[in-house]
Design a protein around this ligand. Sequence first.
Ligand SMILES: [Zn+2]
Length: 405
Amino acid sequence: MATTELSDVIGDWVKSRRAAGVAPHDVLEALGLQVSQEAAVDESALWAMVALLVEEHRQRAQPRRRLATADGLTAVVDLVRRSERIMVVAGAGASASAGLPDFRVAAAASAHSESPDALFDVHHFVNDPKPLYALAAEMWTGKALPTPTHMFVRELERRGQLLRLYSENIDALELAAGIERRVLCHGWCASASCIACKAAVGAEALRAALAAGEESWPLRCAKCTHGLNLVKPDVACFGEPPPPEVERSLREDLKSADLLLFIGSDARVHPLAAVAPALPRDVPQLLVGRAPPPREPHEADALLLGECDEVVKWLSAELGWTLPPPPPAAAAAADAEHADGGAAAADPAGPAPAKVAAPAFHEPNKFVFASGSAEPPTESPRAQTPLAVPGPRHRAHGGRAAPRE
Ligand SMILES: [Zn+2]
């Protein structure tokens, strides 16, 4: 059977299951994505996830062809200049220069944890909450500064060109940068909630507890007087669904984006793995990162290969933009506390941008900066992406990347 026909069969099968009253949990599991039965999830969000999976399969069966509109550096710069609704997908590369610890290192450094995976396992958390608190304390000290890459996204937003930032990182530096149109797809370390009743603990209370050290860990829920009243930092763990705003925002944005920009992520982890395949095929896609993805689920129209900061500095200079400096660390922390209150505007009078050498030409759509590589990495990219937390599917099924074929 041709794979395109198979996509239709899967689509029909999903419809029939739904009509028969089968729970979306079970349909997702059959498609290779396990969502914890205990997770409090909106069923419509799960059905939307099923639809994305089916669409992803359909697109894999008939791969998108690279558009020629991004051939050449001038075309790439023009594309960024004239796009009005840019969807940015950012991963570990966006935070690479922020000086935050590799979570694996943090995990290894913790005397409590056996493995990085255990760190993001709710059952381990229940047995021993301290490693995840230790990670949150490392990540969210309020001392780390947003990188030039964050400030580039902030500049897109200031210019009215940012549709939304989807981040795989948990360091909350998007907020510190003052980016308001953002979705943190794997949660973050800057707030926490009760694992039983989901009551939120404010950023201030969490930060005070993190600063006070492990004697004050874990926090306990004040509302739950008995049973499991543990408070967990709001980082997505194994089997937990993405925050509901991910699906909600994707549903809107996939219809209106006019440019998809990957920065420091090749979005191979759900829920963002579905973005590129689900986007209309005539919407250009650019990828900024150290190296091309080892296995391309889709073909970006242009690859700008190098450290993200180096690439965005070059891009900004070409656009004639001056990136604002990051807000001071204290302000960053204060902004995070008032996540919904709007962040302070960055000082537009930043230092003159440093001169970045133009990248080397490889192909009409492939350019390599001094810090980049034209070859895909040989080792697992996960090992190089310290701040991005693997998504539920990756964790639940050892990284199976696509529905069964
Ligand atoms: Zn509670």
